[in-house]
Design a protein around this ligand. Sequence first.
Ligand SMILES: Nc1ncnc2c1ncn2[C@@H]1O[C@H](COP(=O)(O)OP(=O)(O)O)[C@@H](O)[C@H]1O
Ligand SMILES: O=C(O)C1=C[C@@H](OP(=O)(O)O)[C@@H](O)[C@H](O)C1
Length: 300
Amino acid sequence: MEAKLVQKLQYPTWVDLDKFQRKRSGSVRFSRRMKEEKRVQVFISAHMQPSITSNRNRSVASEVSCTFKSFPASILEPGGFHAPLDEALILKNKSQEIEQYLDGRCIYLVGMMGSGKTTVGKVLSGVLGYSFFDCDTLIEQAVGGTTVAEIFKLYGEGFFRDKETEVLRKLSIMHRLVVSTGGGAVTRPINWKYMHKGISVFLDVPLEALAQRIAAVGTNSRPLLHHESGDAYTKAFKRLSSLWEERSGAYENANARVCLENIAAKHGHRDVSALTPATIAIEALEQIERFLKEEGEMPF
Ligand SMILES: Nc1ncnc2c1ncn2[C@@H]1O[C@H](COP(=O)(O)OP(=O)(O)O)[C@@H](O)[C@H]1O
Ligand SMILES: O=C(O)C1=C[C@@H](OP(=O)(O)O)[C@@H](O)[C@H](O)C1
């Protein structure tokens, strides 16, 4: 049973099967303290409890806990985002390296709809110990809980953009935030005045991948995609292409660029869909570090 479980749960190679203790109840316990280069101490424990539902079908309930000095819950706890342990360690180390040079400045994620600003932003805020804010959510709250789609329908895009600018103005006087901006926030120069109080990071994702992601979740919450005809992918791709024509230049104002095609090439993947939010967040931290070094704010 152990071998099957280990294979299923994909334990890293340093897990020594001899350290598993089989209990009388049939459950299996494992615990181990891991030290790596003295800088990292991780304690992992696993408890697997078989439950017999019939003579033929056995299922196993497993509980794995992993603790690491000051690790954020979002990385390791159930329900949060799960990065593989090695990626989680890289994220933590890299964020610790750059944190003091950020000096509390906010990180603004910019990029097209569906580029992963919210998903990657939550990973970044977790490892940096920053708070996470989503501009669209703040706008919805400011308009009495009205959804973005309803705001567009009831009051028009101009009204939405004014609220967006107002939200960015308020955020710009705060510190230690990761902010996921709306895809169109880059189009107003005044918004850049606010975002440049912090460090802006452009998530550059190919249009095909954006359209696939959006088609998978539907276009309901993204009113700018409602007007095209065709299936969800075609609709999203057509509209994203025209928005990209209008906006691509504006994204270049960002301080750092995270290009998913470059990351995929670096990791030997053909397709950006193989890239996890953790891998993308690591690249974001590296690009922020590069920016800080180029600006002379962090030593090489
Ligand atoms: N690296 C990724 N790989 C696959 N799907 C992703 C990735 N990042 C985000 N997604 C998915 O794409 C959709 C849009 O992501 P989201 O973070 O909401 O983007 P944004 O905030 O830029 O609009 C969500 O369904 C999300 O789960
Ligand atoms: O690209 C845009 O103009 C928009 C993107 C949306 O945010 P996401 O980028 O989070 O989807 C939201 O602000 C609104 O639907 C307009």
